[in-house]
Design a protein around this ligand. Sequence first.
Ligand code: ARG
Length: 463
Amino acid sequence: MKLWGGRFQKETVDKVNQFNSSINFDYKLYKQDIYGSIAHVHMLAKQHIISQQDSISICDGLMGILNDIEDGKIQFDSQAEDIHSNIESLLIERIGDVGKKLHTGRSRNDQVALDTRMYVKDQTKEIIYLLIDLEKNLLSIANGNKNSIMPGYTHMQKAQPITLSHHILAYFEMFKRDIERLNDSISRVDVLPLGSGALATTTYPLDRYMVANKLGFKEISSNSLDAVSDRDFVIELLSCCSIIMMHLSRFSEELILWSTDEFGFIELDDGYSTGSSIMPQKKNPDVLELIRGKTGRVYGNLIAMLTIMKGLPLAYNKDMQEDKEALFDTVDTVKNCIDIFNCMITTTTFNTQNMLNQAAKGYINATDAADYLVKKGLPFRDAHKVIGHLVLYAMDQNKTLNELSKDEFKSFSPMFDEDILDTLSLDKCVNERKLPGGPAPVTVEESIKRGYKWIEKAEELLI
Ligand code: ARG
Protein backbone atom coordinates (compact mmCIF):
# COMPACT_ATOMS: atom_id res chain seq x y z
CA MET A 1 0.00 0.00 0.00
CA LYS A 2 1.25 3.45 -0.92
CA LEU A 3 1.33 6.08 1.81
CA TRP A 4 0.74 8.93 -0.63
CA GLY A 5 -0.96 9.45 -3.97
CA GLY A 6 -3.91 11.76 -3.31
CA ARG A 7 -2.54 14.53 -5.53
CA PHE A 8 -1.56 12.24 -8.41
CA GLN A 9 -3.67 11.56 -11.48
CA LYS A 10 -1.48 8.84 -12.92
CA GLU A 11 0.07 5.72 -11.44
CA THR A 12 3.82 5.73 -10.85
CA VAL A 13 5.67 3.81 -13.53
CA ASP A 14 6.76 0.37 -12.28
CA LYS A 15 10.39 1.06 -13.05
CA VAL A 16 10.23 4.20 -10.95
CA ASN A 17 8.72 2.31 -8.04
CA GLN A 18 11.56 -0.15 -8.21
CA PHE A 19 14.17 2.55 -8.61
CA ASN A 20 12.78 4.49 -5.69
CA SER A 21 12.40 1.54 -3.35
CA SER A 22 14.83 0.81 -0.55
CA ILE A 23 13.01 -2.10 1.12
CA ASN A 24 15.50 -4.64 -0.21
CA PHE A 25 18.13 -3.21 2.09
CA ASP A 26 16.49 -0.96 4.69
CA TYR A 27 14.40 -3.88 6.01
CA LYS A 28 17.36 -4.21 8.35
CA LEU A 29 15.96 -1.26 10.31
CA TYR A 30 12.69 -3.00 11.23
CA LYS A 31 13.47 -3.22 14.93
CA GLN A 32 14.57 0.38 15.27
CA ASP A 33 11.56 1.47 13.25
CA ILE A 34 9.09 -0.37 15.47
CA TYR A 35 10.66 0.71 18.77
CA GLY A 36 10.81 4.29 17.50
CA SER A 37 7.14 4.16 16.54
CA ILE A 38 6.11 2.72 19.89
CA ALA A 39 7.89 5.52 21.77
CA HIS A 40 6.28 8.09 19.46
CA VAL A 41 2.80 6.64 20.00
CA HIS A 42 3.15 6.52 23.80
CA MET A 43 4.09 10.18 23.68
CA LEU A 44 1.16 11.06 21.37
CA ALA A 45 -1.20 9.50 23.91
CA LYS A 46 0.40 11.21 26.90
CA GLN A 47 0.08 14.55 25.09
CA HIS A 48 -3.59 13.76 24.32
CA ILE A 49 -2.89 13.93 20.59
CA ILE A 50 -4.37 10.45 20.22
CA SER A 51 -6.41 8.48 22.75
CA GLN A 52 -4.99 6.02 25.23
CA GLN A 53 -7.10 3.31 23.62
CA ASP A 54 -5.70 4.03 20.15
CA SER A 55 -2.19 4.05 21.51
CA ILE A 56 -2.69 0.60 23.05
CA SER A 57 -4.09 -0.82 19.80
CA ILE A 58 -1.25 0.62 17.75
CA CYS A 59 1.46 -0.54 20.14
CA ASP A 60 -0.03 -4.04 20.37
CA GLY A 61 -0.22 -4.15 16.59
CA LEU A 62 3.42 -3.05 16.28
CA MET A 63 4.61 -5.59 18.85
CA GLY A 64 2.71 -8.30 16.97
CA ILE A 65 4.46 -7.30 13.76
CA LEU A 66 7.85 -7.29 15.51
CA ASN A 67 7.30 -10.78 16.92
CA ASP A 68 6.13 -12.10 13.58
CA ILE A 69 9.15 -10.65 11.81
CA GLU A 70 11.46 -12.23 14.37
CA ASP A 71 9.67 -15.57 14.04
CA GLY A 72 10.13 -15.41 10.29
CA LYS A 73 6.38 -15.18 9.68
CA ILE A 74 6.56 -11.94 7.73
CA GLN A 75 8.04 -11.53 4.27
CA PHE A 76 8.85 -7.92 3.55
CA ASP A 77 6.93 -6.58 0.58
CA SER A 78 9.30 -6.11 -2.34
CA GLN A 79 6.80 -3.59 -3.74
CA ALA A 80 6.99 -1.41 -0.61
CA GLU A 81 8.74 1.92 -0.85
CA ASP A 82 10.79 1.36 2.26
CA ILE A 83 10.73 -0.32 5.67
CA HIS A 84 8.80 2.59 7.19
CA SER A 85 5.98 2.31 4.64
CA ASN A 86 6.03 -1.47 4.83
CA ILE A 87 5.51 -1.56 8.59
CA GLU A 88 2.88 1.17 8.54
CA SER A 89 0.95 -0.68 5.82
CA LEU A 90 1.17 -3.94 7.73
CA LEU A 91 -0.15 -2.17 10.81
CA ILE A 92 -3.11 -0.70 8.95
CA GLU A 93 -3.81 -4.09 7.38
CA ARG A 94 -3.83 -5.70 10.81
CA ILE A 95 -5.59 -3.16 13.06
CA GLY A 96 -7.54 -1.13 10.54
CA ASP A 97 -8.09 2.63 10.43
CA VAL A 98 -6.65 3.32 13.86
CA GLY A 99 -3.26 2.34 12.41
CA LYS A 100 -3.50 5.44 10.21
CA LYS A 101 -2.93 7.57 13.32
CA LEU A 102 0.62 6.27 13.86
CA HIS A 103 2.22 8.83 11.57
CA THR A 104 0.62 11.84 13.32
CA GLY A 105 3.20 14.59 13.90
CA ARG A 106 5.93 12.64 12.19
CA SER A 107 7.59 12.50 8.78
CA ARG A 108 9.60 9.72 7.23
CA ASN A 109 12.44 12.23 7.20
CA ASP A 110 12.76 12.42 10.98
CA GLN A 111 11.75 8.75 11.21
CA VAL A 112 14.58 7.52 9.01
CA ALA A 113 17.05 9.80 10.78
CA LEU A 114 15.92 8.27 14.07
CA ASP A 115 16.12 4.66 12.87
CA THR A 116 19.55 5.21 11.37
CA ARG A 117 20.86 6.84 14.55
CA MET A 118 19.52 3.94 16.65
CA TYR A 119 21.18 1.46 14.30
CA VAL A 120 24.49 3.33 14.31
CA LYS A 121 24.47 3.56 18.12
CA ASP A 122 23.82 -0.19 18.51
CA GLN A 123 26.36 -1.19 15.90
CA THR A 124 29.05 1.14 17.24
CA LYS A 125 28.77 -0.67 20.56
CA GLU A 126 28.87 -4.07 18.89
CA ILE A 127 32.04 -3.14 17.04
CA ILE A 128 33.56 -1.92 20.31
CA TYR A 129 32.76 -5.25 21.99
CA LEU A 130 34.39 -7.17 19.15
CA LEU A 131 37.48 -4.96 19.36
CA ILE A 132 37.67 -5.47 23.12
CA ASP A 133 37.67 -9.25 22.56
CA LEU A 134 40.51 -8.83 20.11
CA GLU A 135 42.40 -6.62 22.57
CA LYS A 136 42.13 -9.28 25.27
CA ASN A 137 43.62 -11.86 22.94
CA LEU A 138 46.42 -9.53 21.87
CA LEU A 139 47.29 -8.92 25.53
CA SER A 140 47.36 -12.63 26.15
CA ILE A 141 49.72 -13.23 23.20
CA ALA A 142 51.87 -10.31 24.38
CA ASN A 143 51.92 -11.74 27.88
CA GLY A 144 53.18 -15.10 26.66
CA ASN A 145 55.96 -13.52 24.60
CA LYS A 146 57.59 -10.95 26.86
CA ASN A 147 60.98 -12.58 26.37
CA SER A 148 60.60 -13.63 22.74
CA ILE A 149 63.23 -11.63 20.91
CA MET A 150 62.64 -10.71 17.28
CA PRO A 151 64.08 -8.23 14.83
CA GLY A 152 62.32 -4.88 14.64
CA TYR A 153 62.22 -3.32 11.16
CA THR A 154 62.28 0.05 9.49
CA HIS A 155 62.02 0.26 5.69
CA MET A 156 61.42 -3.53 5.91
CA GLN A 157 65.09 -3.85 6.84
CA LYS A 158 66.22 -5.33 10.13
CA ALA A 159 66.79 -2.42 12.48
CA GLN A 160 66.98 -3.15 16.21
CA PRO A 161 66.01 -6.03 18.47
CA ILE A 162 62.56 -5.94 20.07
CA THR A 163 60.26 -8.46 21.71
CA LEU A 164 57.29 -10.10 20.01
CA SER A 165 55.28 -8.82 22.93
CA HIS A 166 56.21 -5.25 22.04
CA HIS A 167 55.26 -5.77 18.40
CA ILE A 168 51.85 -7.16 19.32
CA LEU A 169 51.31 -4.35 21.82
CA ALA A 170 51.78 -1.82 19.02
CA TYR A 171 48.56 -3.19 17.48
CA PHE A 172 46.94 -3.19 20.91
CA GLU A 173 47.52 0.58 20.97
CA MET A 174 46.01 1.04 17.51
CA PHE A 175 42.83 -0.83 18.37
CA LYS A 176 42.68 0.98 21.70
CA ARG A 177 42.55 4.29 19.85
CA ASP A 178 39.90 2.82 17.55
CA ILE A 179 37.76 1.91 20.55
CA GLU A 180 38.23 5.37 22.05
CA ARG A 181 37.30 6.98 18.73
CA LEU A 182 34.12 4.89 18.44
CA ASN A 183 33.23 5.56 22.05
CA ASP A 184 33.69 9.28 21.54
CA SER A 185 31.54 9.24 18.40
CA ILE A 186 28.59 7.82 20.37
CA SER A 187 28.09 11.17 22.08
CA ARG A 188 27.30 12.75 18.70
CA VAL A 189 24.98 9.94 17.57
CA ASP A 190 23.12 10.00 20.84
CA VAL A 191 20.79 12.82 19.77
CA LEU A 192 17.09 12.33 19.04
CA PRO A 193 15.98 13.78 15.68
CA LEU A 194 12.31 12.75 16.01
CA GLY A 195 10.03 15.75 16.34
CA SER A 196 11.85 17.55 13.54
CA GLY A 197 9.09 16.48 11.17
CA ALA A 198 9.74 16.77 7.46
CA LEU A 199 11.98 19.80 8.02
CA ALA A 200 10.24 22.38 10.20
CA THR A 201 8.94 20.41 13.22
CA THR A 202 5.16 20.31 13.67
CA THR A 203 2.34 22.19 15.32
CA TYR A 204 1.36 19.30 17.60
CA PRO A 205 2.52 19.67 21.20
CA LEU A 206 5.00 16.79 21.01
CA ASP A 207 7.07 15.97 24.07
CA ARG A 208 10.44 15.32 22.47
CA TYR A 209 12.19 14.81 25.82
CA MET A 210 9.82 12.01 26.69
CA VAL A 211 10.60 10.21 23.41
CA ALA A 212 14.35 10.75 23.92
CA ASN A 213 14.08 9.33 27.39
CA LYS A 214 12.09 6.27 26.29
CA LEU A 215 14.54 5.47 23.49
CA GLY A 216 17.63 6.11 25.62
CA PHE A 217 18.89 9.22 23.80
CA LYS A 218 20.98 11.66 25.84
CA GLU A 219 19.85 14.78 24.00
CA ILE A 220 17.35 16.07 21.47
CA SER A 221 18.43 17.77 18.24
CA SER A 222 18.58 21.57 18.25
CA ASN A 223 17.69 22.37 14.65
CA SER A 224 15.03 20.55 12.67
CA LEU A 225 16.63 21.27 9.27
CA ASP A 226 19.94 19.87 10.42
CA ALA A 227 18.35 16.92 12.22
CA VAL A 228 16.67 15.53 9.08
CA SER A 229 19.55 16.20 6.73
CA ASP A 230 22.55 15.35 8.88
CA ARG A 231 24.40 12.13 8.11
CA ASP A 232 27.67 13.17 9.79
CA PHE A 233 27.13 10.36 12.26
CA VAL A 234 27.09 7.81 9.43
CA ILE A 235 30.22 9.33 7.93
CA GLU A 236 31.88 9.33 11.33
CA LEU A 237 31.22 5.62 11.83
CA LEU A 238 32.43 4.86 8.30
CA SER A 239 35.54 6.87 9.01
CA CYS A 240 36.17 5.04 12.30
CA CYS A 241 35.63 1.76 10.43
CA SER A 242 38.06 2.79 7.69
CA ILE A 243 40.74 3.40 10.31
CA ILE A 244 39.99 0.04 11.95
CA MET A 245 40.30 -1.67 8.57
CA MET A 246 43.55 0.16 7.88
CA HIS A 247 44.92 -1.25 11.16
CA LEU A 248 43.60 -4.75 10.46
CA SER A 249 45.00 -4.59 6.97
CA ARG A 250 48.48 -3.60 8.16
CA PHE A 251 48.42 -6.40 10.70
CA SER A 252 47.21 -8.83 8.02
CA GLU A 253 49.92 -7.75 5.64
CA GLU A 254 52.51 -8.33 8.33
CA LEU A 255 51.15 -11.77 9.18
CA ILE A 256 51.08 -12.70 5.50
CA LEU A 257 54.77 -11.85 5.28
CA TRP A 258 55.51 -13.66 8.52
CA SER A 259 53.79 -16.79 7.22
CA THR A 260 56.09 -17.03 4.18
CA ASP A 261 58.86 -19.57 4.03
CA GLU A 262 61.29 -16.66 3.80
CA PHE A 263 60.22 -15.26 7.19
CA GLY A 264 58.86 -18.37 8.89
CA PHE A 265 57.76 -16.33 11.93
CA ILE A 266 54.28 -17.82 12.14
CA GLU A 267 52.33 -20.90 11.17
CA LEU A 268 48.67 -20.27 10.48
CA ASP A 269 46.28 -22.89 11.78
CA ASP A 270 45.06 -25.28 9.06
CA GLY A 271 41.49 -24.30 9.93
CA TYR A 272 42.24 -20.71 8.98
CA SER A 273 44.20 -21.37 5.79
CA THR A 274 43.29 -22.54 2.34
CA GLY A 275 44.89 -24.71 -0.32
CA SER A 276 45.58 -24.41 -4.02
CA SER A 277 43.66 -26.33 -6.66
CA ILE A 278 46.84 -27.02 -8.58
CA MET A 279 49.82 -26.80 -6.22
CA PRO A 280 49.50 -29.52 -3.60
CA GLN A 281 52.11 -28.03 -1.29
CA LYS A 282 50.38 -24.66 -0.89
CA LYS A 283 48.88 -23.29 2.31
CA ASN A 284 47.52 -19.84 1.63
CA PRO A 285 46.65 -16.99 4.01
CA ASP A 286 43.36 -16.20 2.21
CA VAL A 287 41.63 -14.92 5.34
CA LEU A 288 44.30 -12.29 5.87
CA GLU A 289 44.34 -11.37 2.20
CA LEU A 290 40.57 -10.95 2.19
CA ILE A 291 40.71 -8.67 5.21
CA ARG A 292 43.37 -6.62 3.43
CA GLY A 293 41.20 -6.58 0.30
CA LYS A 294 37.96 -5.69 2.05
CA THR A 295 39.64 -2.57 3.38
CA GLY A 296 39.13 -1.23 -0.14
CA ARG A 297 35.36 -1.54 -0.04
CA VAL A 298 35.16 0.05 3.41
CA TYR A 299 37.20 3.05 2.21
CA GLY A 300 34.98 3.10 -0.88
CA ASN A 301 31.85 3.32 1.25
CA LEU A 302 33.31 6.25 3.18
CA ILE A 303 34.17 8.11 -0.01
CA ALA A 304 30.72 7.31 -1.42
CA MET A 305 29.01 8.86 1.60
CA LEU A 306 31.19 11.94 1.62
CA THR A 307 30.43 12.40 -2.07
CA ILE A 308 26.69 11.82 -1.67
CA MET A 309 26.50 14.54 0.96
CA LYS A 310 28.81 17.15 -0.51
CA GLY A 311 26.34 19.01 -2.69
CA LEU A 312 23.05 18.58 -0.85
CA PRO A 313 21.05 21.70 -0.07
CA LEU A 314 18.94 21.70 3.09
CA ALA A 315 16.98 19.79 4.15
CA TYR A 316 16.16 16.13 3.26
CA ASN A 317 16.95 14.95 -0.27
CA LYS A 318 16.39 11.46 -1.59
CA ASP A 319 20.10 11.13 -2.34
CA MET A 320 20.41 10.39 1.35
CA GLN A 321 18.68 7.02 0.93
CA GLU A 322 22.00 5.94 -0.58
CA ASP A 323 23.52 6.03 2.92
CA LYS A 324 22.01 2.67 3.86
CA GLU A 325 23.94 0.22 1.70
CA ALA A 326 27.23 1.94 2.43
CA LEU A 327 26.47 1.84 6.14
CA PHE A 328 25.16 -1.73 6.33
CA ASP A 329 27.90 -3.11 4.14
CA THR A 330 30.57 -1.38 6.21
CA VAL A 331 29.17 -2.57 9.52
CA ASP A 332 28.80 -6.17 8.29
CA THR A 333 32.26 -6.18 6.72
CA VAL A 334 34.05 -4.69 9.71
CA LYS A 335 32.33 -6.95 12.25
CA ASN A 336 33.07 -9.98 10.12
CA CYS A 337 36.71 -9.02 9.65
CA ILE A 338 37.38 -8.30 13.34
CA ASP A 339 35.73 -11.55 14.36
CA ILE A 340 37.57 -13.77 11.91
CA PHE A 341 40.87 -12.00 12.50
CA ASN A 342 40.41 -12.60 16.20
CA CYS A 343 39.80 -16.34 15.74
CA MET A 344 42.71 -16.54 13.33
CA ILE A 345 45.25 -14.81 15.55
CA THR A 346 44.41 -16.92 18.61
CA THR A 347 45.06 -20.12 16.65
CA THR A 348 48.32 -18.93 15.07
CA THR A 349 51.61 -20.44 16.19
CA PHE A 350 54.48 -18.00 16.65
CA ASN A 351 57.82 -19.57 15.74
CA THR A 352 59.85 -17.66 18.28
CA GLN A 353 63.00 -19.67 17.59
CA ASN A 354 62.97 -18.50 13.97
CA MET A 355 62.43 -14.94 15.13
CA LEU A 356 65.43 -15.23 17.43
CA ASN A 357 67.56 -16.77 14.66
CA GLN A 358 66.66 -13.90 12.38
CA ALA A 359 67.39 -11.39 15.13
CA ALA A 360 70.88 -12.82 15.44
CA LYS A 361 71.54 -11.89 11.81
CA GLY A 362 71.52 -8.46 10.19
CA TYR A 363 73.66 -6.55 12.69
CA ILE A 364 70.66 -5.30 14.62
CA ASN A 365 72.87 -4.68 17.65
CA ALA A 366 75.04 -2.17 15.75
CA THR A 367 73.36 0.80 17.47
CA ASP A 368 74.17 -0.81 20.80
CA ALA A 369 77.82 -1.14 19.75
CA ALA A 370 77.88 2.57 18.88
CA ASP A 371 76.17 3.46 22.17
CA TYR A 372 78.85 1.40 23.96
CA LEU A 373 81.56 3.67 22.57
CA VAL A 374 79.51 6.76 23.42
CA LYS A 375 79.32 5.59 27.02
CA LYS A 376 83.13 5.27 26.96
CA GLY A 377 83.35 8.93 25.90
CA LEU A 378 83.29 8.96 22.08
CA PRO A 379 80.86 11.46 20.47
CA PHE A 380 77.94 9.59 18.86
CA ARG A 381 78.72 10.66 15.29
CA ASP A 382 82.28 9.27 15.58
CA ALA A 383 81.00 6.10 17.22
CA HIS A 384 78.49 5.67 14.36
CA LYS A 385 81.36 5.81 11.86
CA VAL A 386 83.57 3.33 13.75
CA ILE A 387 80.74 0.81 13.98
CA GLY A 388 79.91 1.36 10.33
CA HIS A 389 83.42 0.25 9.46
CA LEU A 390 83.17 -2.62 11.93
CA VAL A 391 79.94 -3.86 10.33
CA LEU A 392 81.50 -3.69 6.89
CA TYR A 393 84.45 -5.73 8.15
CA ALA A 394 82.19 -8.29 9.85
CA MET A 395 80.13 -8.67 6.67
CA ASP A 396 83.30 -9.27 4.76
CA GLN A 397 84.31 -11.96 7.27
CA ASN A 398 80.82 -13.43 7.07
CA LYS A 399 80.46 -13.07 10.84
CA THR A 400 77.99 -11.45 13.19
CA LEU A 401 79.28 -8.73 15.53
CA ASN A 402 79.09 -11.21 18.40
CA GLU A 403 81.37 -13.59 16.54
CA LEU A 404 84.25 -11.09 16.29
CA SER A 405 87.15 -11.45 18.71
CA LYS A 406 88.20 -8.88 21.28
CA ASP A 407 91.30 -8.10 19.21
CA GLU A 408 89.22 -7.53 16.12
CA PHE A 409 87.09 -5.05 18.06
CA LYS A 410 90.17 -3.33 19.46
CA SER A 411 91.62 -2.92 15.98
CA PHE A 412 88.70 -0.55 15.25
CA SER A 413 88.88 1.39 18.50
CA PRO A 414 91.07 1.13 21.61
CA MET A 415 87.96 1.99 23.62
CA PHE A 416 86.57 -1.53 23.23
CA ASP A 417 86.99 -3.59 26.41
CA GLU A 418 86.22 -7.10 27.57
CA ASP A 419 82.57 -6.23 28.22
CA ILE A 420 81.73 -5.47 24.56
CA LEU A 421 80.58 -9.00 23.80
CA ASP A 422 78.27 -9.04 26.77
CA THR A 423 76.90 -5.64 25.69
CA LEU A 424 76.09 -7.00 22.27
CA SER A 425 74.11 -10.01 23.42
CA LEU A 426 70.55 -9.69 22.14
CA ASP A 427 69.15 -10.27 25.62
CA LYS A 428 71.09 -7.35 26.93
CA CYS A 429 70.19 -5.13 23.95
CA VAL A 430 66.51 -5.74 24.56
CA ASN A 431 66.62 -5.66 28.36
CA GLU A 432 68.34 -2.29 28.31
CA ARG A 433 65.59 -0.74 26.19
CA LYS A 434 63.48 -0.26 29.25
CA LEU A 435 62.36 3.34 28.80
CA PRO A 436 58.59 3.75 29.09
CA GLY A 437 57.10 2.61 25.79
CA GLY A 438 60.06 0.35 25.02
CA PRO A 439 60.41 -3.37 24.15
CA ALA A 440 62.20 -4.63 27.31
CA PRO A 441 60.43 -7.47 29.11
CA VAL A 442 60.05 -5.36 32.27
CA THR A 443 58.49 -2.55 30.26
CA VAL A 444 56.06 -4.67 28.28
CA GLU A 445 55.05 -6.29 31.55
CA GLU A 446 53.94 -2.85 32.74
CA SER A 447 52.23 -2.09 29.41
CA ILE A 448 50.30 -5.35 29.63
CA LYS A 449 49.14 -4.56 33.17
CA ARG A 450 48.03 -1.11 32.06
CA GLY A 451 46.30 -2.70 29.07
CA TYR A 452 44.25 -5.03 31.25
CA LYS A 453 43.26 -2.15 33.53
CA TRP A 454 42.21 -0.10 30.52
CA ILE A 455 40.04 -2.94 29.23
CA GLU A 456 38.33 -3.26 32.60
CA LYS A 457 37.49 0.45 32.52
CA ALA A 458 36.32 0.36 28.91
CA GLU A 459 33.99 -2.52 29.69
CA GLU A 460 32.55 -0.73 32.72
CA LEU A 461 31.86 2.36 30.63
CA LEU A 462 29.94 0.35 28.07
CA ILE A 463 27.70 -1.63 30.37
N1 ARG B 1 13.60 5.56 2.41
C1 ARG B 1 13.90 6.91 2.71
C2 ARG B 1 15.36 7.09 3.07
O1 ARG B 1 15.99 6.14 3.42
C3 ARG B 1 13.07 7.36 3.86
C4 ARG B 1 12.76 8.83 3.86
C5 ARG B 1 11.88 9.16 2.72
N2 ARG B 1 11.45 10.52 2.77
C6 ARG B 1 10.87 11.10 1.73
N3 ARG B 1 10.53 12.30 1.88
N4 ARG B 1 10.68 10.44 0.62
O2 ARG B 1 15.91 8.17 2.98
